[in-house]
Design a protein. Sequence first.
Lengths: 465, 212
Amino acid sequence: MTMPTTLFDKVWDAHEIHRSESGQSLLWVDRHFVHEGSFHAFDKLREREMSVARPDLTFGIADHYVPTLTRSLGDIGDDKIRGMIEQLADNTRERGITLFGLDDPRQGIVHVLGPEQGLTQPGLLMVCGDSHTSTHGAFGSIAFGIGASEVAHVLATQTLWQSRPKQMRLTIEGTLAPGITAKDIALTWIARLGADGARGHAIEYAGGAIHGLSMEARLTLCNLSIEGGARCGMIAPDETTFAYLRSRPFAPQGERWEQALAYWQTLKSDPEARFDRDVALDAAEIAPTVTWGVSPEEALPIDQRVPDPSALRDEGRVHQMRDSLDYMGLSPGQKLTDIAIDRVFIGSCTNARIEDLRAAADILKGRRSKVPGIVSPGSTQVKHRAEAEGLDEIFRASGLEWRESGCSMCVGMNGDLVPSGERCASTTNRNFKGRQGPGARTHLMSPAMVAAAAVAGHLTDIREL
Amino acid sequence: MEPIKIIDAPACPLALANVDTDQLIPARFMKEPRSVGYGRFLLHDLRHDESGDPHETFILNHPEAEKARTLVARRNFGAGSSREAAVYALVDHGFRCVIAPSFGDIFSSNAVNNGLLPATVSEEDAEALLAALGDTPGQLRVDLEAQRITVGGLSVGFTITPTWRTKLLNGWDDIDMTRQYTDAIQRFAADYTRRHPWLDVTPPQPEIISRG
Ligand code: SF4
């Protein structure tokens, strides 16, 4: 009898070329995405006079530095920013790598573009020099972020050394209350387990509430795996996955689709499979959740108050909480719904797919935003789709700016920044100090909650709208 | 890469948890080529005030910090972005080792690939080391072979993945290691393509697809 195995084991084992005595595996990589920040890796190849092993399995995407006000390189005022985009174009051209560049109609944030183009498929091993590569696990692939040295290694060999992580199953049964999103699920489990709670683990999200999620919501959930410290997050592929993938540009077609489907249907954990950790959440307990601090673990349901450090015992934690409150300019005991905001951002690989924009537009329809803000769609395809549905008009009419697609204010590399000291309600993934700009204060929440905050001018409970 | 056996040098106490890679090197410096030296970007926004003047009390601005080779911090060090630039900033500043109760996974592997030792200690031992150092850089010895850290009379053990320990002790680079497996990789790739015929990528023509 064969040992019962997990989804993760099945995919990992299919990619293992060699296992060293110390337990490190040499893994085959199916898809490798590079972006503007990957220049260190290309420099390293050049230094060592190495070629790219499989340019056909490598894809370049311009997202981190692209402007959101224009699609023309010539319009970028900052030479260094323009240089980053040009350098990616040069490096990919020189190495024969397909590029989804600034003016490509398929351009978008790498973790939105991959699924949308059908490059992301069940059972693959995918890497990118970006931590939110965990997003692609929503299709039942093993997908994780790597550093520049590893990017160079993958470029040179199409393989990667990794030690097999531990495995954790996060099961969510029950029904989510209306208005509760994948973002709330993620912030809830990260607040409970900690920002390093799943460190060293691959997560499989399981249970009825997970399989009830749309593909887009699954992408949001897997995207945030890294914020709980996980190596990657996965969801077993099912009918929702297959329906999403069918006839996407890079998805297999015809007879090959049938072959692929037969394999994909085998990709699930055996009922008896053992996990190193099992964690369960009840869907009904999950409330709209926002962050109040400077780590995604510093999150609470919207109807709560800013926590009080003096209620804590551990001196390290007291210090950490004081430091967070100080940076965020908040006082203990303050109602979360009393926190006034200066601006909003709707965008990023976490929450800028079409469903996210629809959810935000639903709230903003016929209302005015009290604060300025930017909406940047996750991809140029999402932008076209949203415009076809008239969502751009709703955002504009509410007073928000409708922009082009890119990482934008998620990380501010292109110059879209939250001014120092300002408070931003944001659909992004990191509320770290300075993430959206030096001195910027970020509150993470779902797109509908950001839209509600825009209308109210302060953090708001979506259930009361 | 330079092998590490023993680091006996001043260590900086950084009594903070969740020091993420966005703080280790703010995004705006990442357009710079490595040749400019990333050391001055390390923890830039914690080190300086808004007008760019150094905070005198911040540990990296202590006159002894320049000689420091080890950093001691609280839990979840290097969480967040995969930016290897965070490691470049530490290494270019002179650090060869970071001691903390936990690290971001990607940060640790980036560290090892650049000859920076991520030494994991228990939360209690991290607190004890921070207490022993106080507010100023102090002499600290890290023995990678014995996996021990010593400050004055205090001695604690640390953990590190065995393969990483071997790599650091020998100064090995992954690309050198993988070269020995070229044949195995080719055999694997041929067989893999045969088993997954649908994975051969033929790029479609760009077109506008209006789909959700
Ligand atoms: S949107 Fe933000 S998190 Fe996503 S890839 Fe871009 S910078 Fe990273």
